[in-house]
Design a protein around this ligand. Structure first.
Ligand SMILES: [Zn+2]
Length: 215
């Protein structure tokens, strides 16, 4: 096997194994994918992360071709995201507790904290409910992710995108943290929201921060 592909397969397994310690998912819920050769490598369906090996990872082409056994049941939205979003290299999907709690209330995360800008805008949307594993869910997820790198999925969980698997994982952790903070704030009141100008200022600062030009 190509050494780069083998490394990506191992990285996928490592990413999923960190879901537990990062409090992102328990059991076999959650999955991850990474762009590879006109398609994506994705974790298999219903397999415990501790027994998963690189050979269990499935490759799915953007044309629908496949190499491997049973991909995650959510392969459709992973495929759509990586096909339609050339800026994205990796996708993490989890049922993390606080993000999922908000998603069950169908409440998006507004600009209650400046870190919301980390997902690319002044809110993190909640995609409408659709049955797991369906093309309808893929449509809803794509729409909720417009100009964003993360979204909640109603009565389901969250999805986070990244320039690599580590970035997607870190964003999923951030979304879970924001969801937890927002739930906590809302438990005793209505949080004050930052306005569009304040969030634009944050977004601008993030650009310089990433470029290392922030003084
Ligand atoms: Zn799911």
């Amino acid at each position: 096997m190509d050494p780069v592909e083998l490394r990506l397969r191992r990285d996928l397994i490592d990413t999923c194994r960190s879901f537990g310690p990062e409090r992102l998912s328990q059991g076999t819920s959650g999955n991850a994918s990474v762009r590879w050769r006109d398609g994506l490598l994705i974790t298999p369906s219903a397999m415990a992360y501790r027994v998963m090996t690189p050979a269990d990872i499935v490759w799915i082409g953007f044309d629908g071709s496949r190499a491997g056994a049973r991909p995650s049941s959510e392969w459709r939205f992973h495929q759509r995201i990586l096909r339609d979003r050339p800026d994205t290299q990796a996708v993490v999907h989890v049922h993390s507790p606080s993000a999922t709690a908000l998603a069950c209330l169908r409440i998006p995360i507004p600009a209650f904290h400046y870190m919301v800008a980390v997902a690319g805008g002044d809110s993190i949307r909640c995609a409408p409910y659709e049955l797991f594993g369906t093309e309808r869910l893929a449509d809803a997820v794509i729409e909720a992710l417009r100009d964003r790198t993360a979204a909640l999925l109603a009565n389901h969980g969250q999805v986070a995108l990244g320039a690599d698997l580590d970035a997607a994982l870190r964003l999923a952790v951030e979304v879970e943290t924001l969801a937890e903070q927002y739930l906590l704030a809302r438990s005793i009141g209505e949080p004050a929201l930052l306005d569009a100008a304040q969030m634009a200022e944050v977004a601008d600062r993030f650009v310089h921060y990433r470029a290392g030009t922030l003084d």
